[in-house]
Write a protein that binds this ligand. Structure first.
Ligand SMILES: [Zn+2]
Length: 218
């Protein structure tokens, strides 16, 4: 068993390391967890003693195979609980992340297995992120950022790069959700904002900050 804090470190290192494929430096971890570099160093020593990370002082840190396995299980639980909250308890997609941050640390693997069965083995969470399988496989889907599309190109919204409530509430207000069909009508060079169209010929202008956080089907 690993503590709440240990699991959060492992999960964040997994995300910062592009799913466990790269080394991460301690400053990036300190920033992501909003903590001091000295605390990060202490925790990395502990995680290294538990053989969850490979850590050399003043160098980067990477996850061991066991570290990756733990990260994927935490992420699996997080995303399954998000599905449960939205589908069964009528939460909206901007309300579930913080609750799932706590539920992801409930340890029982039988509970996770039953939850997965109860939900019918969902593949994606309410933000379009893939749910790792019981064996820890993560099936990444082909997707492109709205910001990278050319004028007259388009696609269906399949995910968001930011699950923060303020961003999701913004999308709700604009009428954009998973499954929305978006077409790029114009790009304004001044600030890289985009004029886009949605279904029903609805047109709107979105900032580059917004277009960098919406994934469309490839
Ligand atoms: Zn979440």
């Amino acid at each position: 068993m690993h503590s709440f804090t240990e699991e959060n470190y492992i999960k964040n290192i997994f995300k910062l390391s592009e799913n466990g494929t790269q080394e991460v430096n301690t400053n990036a971890i300190a920033e992501a967890l909003d903590t001091k570099a000295a605390s990060v160093t202490d925790m990395l020593r502990k995680l290294s003693a538990k053989e969850l990370v490979n850590y050399v002082k003043y160098r980067g840190v990477s996850l061991t195979d066991e570290g990756k396995r733990v990260a994927l299980q935490v992420i699996r639980k997080h995303r399954l609980w998000e599905v449960f909250l939205v589908e069964k308890l009528k939460f909206s997609w901007d309300e579930v992340h913080d609750v799932a941050e706590e539920l992801e640390h409930v340890g029982s693997s039988l509970l996770t297995k039953r939850l997965d069965e109860f939900l019918g083995h969902p593949q994606f969470d309410p933000h379009g992120d893939p749910i790792p399988t019981e064996n820890g496989e993560l099936h990444l889907k082909k997707q492109r950022l709205l910001a990278e599309l050319e004028v007259n190109d388009g696609g269906v919204v399949v995910g968001v790069n930011d699950s923060q409530p303020l961003f999701l509430q913004y999308l709700d207000k604009m009428g954009i959700s998973l499954g929305s069909r978006i077409m790029v009508l114009d790009r304004f060079g001044y600030d890289n904002s985009l004029e886009i169209s949605l279904e029903d010929d609805k047109r709107l202008v979105v900032s580059s900050e917004v277009s960098k956080n919406i994934f469309l089907s490839a």
